[in-house]
Design a protein around this ligand. Structure first.
Ligand code: ADP
Ligand code: ASP
Ligand code: MG
Length: 407
């Protein structure tokens, strides 16, 4: 009998009525002859509420207790889903991360899964009982509760699908699948029937929150067949597949955006060897990731302006690190700017087509949108722009690459 993992996100389990709707999908799969393991998120808004409670005592005081508290939202939905299924006549029980167990390292709040021991869940499934597993949660070898990072229930589902040898991992959410761009921002975005793992990975890492980035990487590495679909409409969703399964490939498949970046410009840095190392070294030591970087040489050649981005949540910490080391660096001025967004166009077709960047810059120029930073990879071009122009930029690019629904 084939096994399917079904994961329900926060909106899909947002209240009892929605949990009942989600449970219908589980029952239907069982009636169709599948075995099912379920992964649930916390009710929408619940994890934010729990984080708020922790911060109300003291932020960053104890990450272990932070995770113990923040992981509790999923415990509630797992129990409620099990009860709902029982009421429908489907034997079911809840499993917390530590009960499975999902063993992780000790990096609390962004723990990495080391091993999932499948025997408890296999025994449960073999006994005809549907396991409802809490997403987002793990446990260290020492028995402390960990969480996998925000949005991490997708990752829990994929990891379970790999560990249980599932035929497919269905990610049920509040949209009908993966769209060419966030359908809440671009009305003309359309659902993709299929997208490659590589493109989905770029979309997710560039901000398309429909799938957690590490869940896509894990699915790709473990050959887990992933589908994203709606809990509410029952329409077929988007399959994440290998490149050779896509017959007609567009040059640009999708557009993603992220509001999570902040820009820092170091004005008038002395232009001598070692300056970049003395800046980025301490930032790395403080565990701050730097994403886009641009350096301009001044006309007289002895000073330079260096601009780069960090996560918005790291901005204050980054400025502190820079101020502490600027005695050695000697920049004239440090200019932070949190009011920026990153917009990325993504497509494996870029490998074989020239001119994709040109069309992007033209479409933005036509709307009078200034590009502050650019970065590229083999299948992606990202630009940093003022956040005021986000929606205009997304719509202009969506049209420029022929992605609008009416085309
Ligand atoms: P869940 O709670 O089910 O995990 P998320 O909020 O994490 O749901 O992800 C679904 C949301 O992702 C959608 O509501 C949509 O606004 C957003 N999203 C961003 N980019 C895309 C995209 N390209 N396709 C579909 N949804 C997207
Ligand atoms: N509940 C967690 C969060 O809100 C995990 C998830 O929903 O995927 O981030
Ligand atoms: Mg999510």
């Amino acid at each position: 009998m084939s096994l399917i993992v079904q994961k329900f996100g926060g909106t899909s389990v947002g209240d009892l009525e929605r949990i009942a709707k989600a449970a219908v999908h589980v029952k239907r799969a069982i009636d169709d002859g599948h075995q099912v393991a379920v992964v649930v998120s916390a009710m929408s808004g619940e994890t934010d509420r729990l984080v708020g409670l922790v911060d109300g005592v003291e932020k960053d005081l104890d990450r272990q207790e932070h995770d113990a508290i923040v992981a509790s939202g999923e415990q509630v939905t797992a129990g409620l889903m099990a009860l709902t299924l029982q009421k429908m006549g489907v034997p079911s029980r809840s499993w917390q991360g530590w009960q499975v167990p999902v063993i992780t390292d000790e990096s609390h709040s962004r723990a990495r899964v080391q091993e999932v021991k499948p025997h408890n869940l296999n025994a449960c499934i073999d006994a005809g009982v549907v396991p409802i597993v809490t997403g987002f949660q793990g446990v260290t070898q020492e028995g402390r509760i960990t969480t996998l990072g925000r949005g991490g229930s997708d990752l829990s589902a994929v990891i379970l699908a790999a560990a249980l040898g599932a035929e497919r991992c269905d990610i049920f959410t509040d949209v009908e699948g993966v769209f060419t761009c966030d359908p809440r921002v671009v009305a003309k975005a359309h659902k993709l029937d299929k997208i490659t793992y590589e493109e989905m990975l770029e979309m997710a890492s560039q901000g398309a929150k429909v799938l957690h980035t590490r869940s896509v990487a894990t699915a790709m590495n473990h050959h887990v067949r992933l589908q994203v679909l709606s809990t509410f409409t029952g329409a077929p969703g988007t399959l994440v597949v290998d490149e050779d399964e896509i017959v007609e490939q567009k040059v640009v498949s999708g557009i993603a955006y992220s509001r999570d970046d902040a820009k820092i410009t170091m004005v008038g840095l002395p232009d001598r060897p070692g300056v970049a190392a003395s800046l980025f070294g301490p930032l790395a030591d403080a565990d701050i990731n730097v994403d886009m970087i641009v350096q301009n040489i001044s006309p007289d050649g002895d000073a330079t302006d260096l601009t780069f981005t960090v996560a918005k949540g790291d901005l204050d910490k980054a400025l502190q690190v820079i101020h502490d080391s600027n005695g050695n660096l000697g920049a004239r001025r440090i200019e932070p700017d949190p009011d920026v967004v990153k917009v990325s166009v993504i497509g494996v077709g870029m490998r074989s087509h020239a001119g994709v960047a040109g069309s992007m810059f033209e479409a933005l120029a036509e709307k009078g949108i200034n590009i502050q930073l650019i970065s590229t990879s083999e299948i992606k071009i990202s630009v940093l722009i003022s956040e005021d122009y986000l929606e205009l930029a997304l719509r202009a690019l969506h049209t420029a690459y022929g992605l609008d629904t009416d085309e």
